[in-house]
Design a protein around this ligand. Structure first.
Ligand code: NDP
Length: 450
């Protein structure tokens, strides 16, 4: 049978675009449907604008330290409109680049919402396209639990486009987004409260890292409400009144929910197909991204494995390789490094201490270091750098590497190569440091903690 396309991709985010581009560049006929801006969450309402906001926010710490280095800083003033508009221009530039990249390799970009009619056809608007294979790469969307006043709150999607910077905000959640946005708003001068249902935010991260970020945020004046839920949000004249489970009521200008994300599967037409989903809606695929329907594949956030852009890209590379060569390839999900763009940044690769103990028991050596960064000697400030290595005692292999401190993401990215290559503590010890850096501490830690 002759199809319109070899591959039809639904969703032009990180995973969809990479699969489409790689497949088309190797000669496949590819179509991609997208009803929003090209680039998906990461480019439009995720990693990229978030990092730009983090840069903006970090200036407040830089100004604080400047005097000790001889700078007289006149009264500083922050203009939200300028940041938002410059950010928007940059995102539009990236949207165009995505369009050009797809165009360049001959991918047909189809604007509109797609739904799957049968295992080989997709409808977009009034048009029906047939394809040998279909890829669902529709990503996810913020989730807000139901509660009295839940319609009054915003998510990170809206936070990127706020007309005005709030003077006071409550952020609900304790994951990446809540912690990153709490840092952003605090640095921009907003009175920031973070409400989290559990005893300590960033569940799943190493407990030293979680405690360190808590300490840093408290020192900066972010008000942390742990073991606390929101009972109700009410509209009041000047903004919103938030009633917490502690019975405390806080009046704010904005309430932002960062309580996780759900997969975008609505109106995709999955009901009429043999495609299995988990109870949270994520699409079930095998090791090679095949759904239970042989011609339909899925990857990225919609399969809910590890919701990170580079993971979706790796999945797209593996799948396009299969479409092009017929050779199945899977993705190695071990030792994926990750960063939280908190202020200061935090980054990790490998196991947390808690995970390591579960697997290796007491056959471990843990190295920790905490120190005042050199910049603080003249610049002042209470912030400390924290580093941690987790080593299997019997084999000397380093299985976990964690850092909270400036440039943690940049530093851990390099160390992730060593961890992936199976580096031992001896390899770390025999590596000469770069002086004076914070990173050199990773190769000079000699004394394990008890
Ligand atoms: P996360 O899954 O990281 O965190 C969700 C948070 O919301 C958790 O603290 C969770 O609590 C809490 N929560 C969930 N449901 C409720 C509820 N009903 N009431 C109160 N609290 C609730 O989600 P995010 O939205 O922060 O981010 C989504 C994903 O995006 C991340 O998991 C990550 O994969 C990706 N991301 C990556 C970034 C990066 O790489 N730097 C940055 C931003 C996002 P609990 O912990 O108790 O379950």
């Amino acid at each position: 049978m002759k199809y319109d396309f070899d591959l039809f991709v639904i969703g032009a985010g990180s995973g969809g675009v990479r699969t489409a581009r790689m497949s088309a560049s190797k000669g496949l006929k590819v179509g991609i449907a997208e009803y929003q801006a090209l680039g998906g969450t990461c480019v439009n309402v995720g990693c990229i604008p978030k990092k730009l906001f983090v840069y903006a926010s970090e200036y407040s710490h830089i100004f604080d330290q400047a005097e000790g280095f001889g700078w007289s800083i006149a009264k500083t003033e922050f203009n939200w409109d300028i940041l938002r508009e410059n950010k928007n221009k940059e995102i539009e530039r990236l949207n165009k680049i995505y369009n050009n990249l797809l165009d360049h390799v001959g991918v047909k970009v189809i604007r509109g919402r797609a739904s799957i009619l049968d295992p080989h056809s997709v409808k977009v608007g009034n048009n029906v396209y047939t394809a040998k294979n279909i890829l669902i790469a529709t990503g996810g969307t913020p989730y807000i639990p139901e509660f009295p006043g839940s319609k009054l709150v915003v998510t990170s999607n809206e936070a990127f486009y706020l007309k005005e910077l709030p003077r006071k905000i409550i952020i609900v959640g304790g994951g990446y987004i809540a912690v990153e946005f709490a840092g952003i708003f605090k640095g921009l001068g907003v009175e920031t409260h973070l409400v989290y249902r559990g005893p300590l935010f960033l569940k799943g991260f190493d407990s030293d890292v979680r405690n360190k970020i808590k300490e840093e945020y408290e020192n900066q004046g972010v008000v942390l409400h742990f073991s606390t839920d929101v009972e109700e949000v009410k509209k009041i004249n000047s903004g919103y009144c938030v009633r917490l489970s502690t019975k405390e009521e806080i009046d704010v200008d904005l309430v932002m929910y960062a309580t996780g994300r759900i997969p975008n599967i609505k109106d995709l037409g999955l009901e009429s197909l043999n495609i299995k989903t988990k109870s949270n809606g994520t699409i079930i695929v095998d090791d090679y991204f095949n759904t239970s329907e042989p011609s339909i594949y899925a990857l990225g956030d919609v399969i809910g494995r590890i919701e990170l852009t580079p993971v979706a890209i790796a999945e797209g590379m593996a799948l396009s390789n299969f479409f092009v060569t017929g050779m199945r390839s899977s993705v190695d999900y071990t030792n994926i490094p990750t960063a939280i763009f908190s202020q200061p940044n935090s980054a990790s690769v490998g196991l947390t201490e808690e995970e390591a103990i579960k697997i290796h028991g007491i056959d471990l050596r843990i190295y920790k270091s905490q120190f005042r960064p050199m910049k603080a000697t003249l610049g002042g400030g209470d912030s400390k750098v924290f580093m941690k290595l987790i080593v299997i005692h019997s084999s000397d292999v380093v299985i976990g590497c964690h850092m909270v401190g400036d440039y943690a993401g940049e530093i851990i990215q390099g160390l992730a190569v060593a961890i992936k290559a199976g580096a031992t503590k001896q390899n770390f010890d025999s590596t000469v440091g770069i002086h004076p850096t914070a990173a050199e501490e990773f190769v000079t830690m000699r004394q394990p903690v008890d």
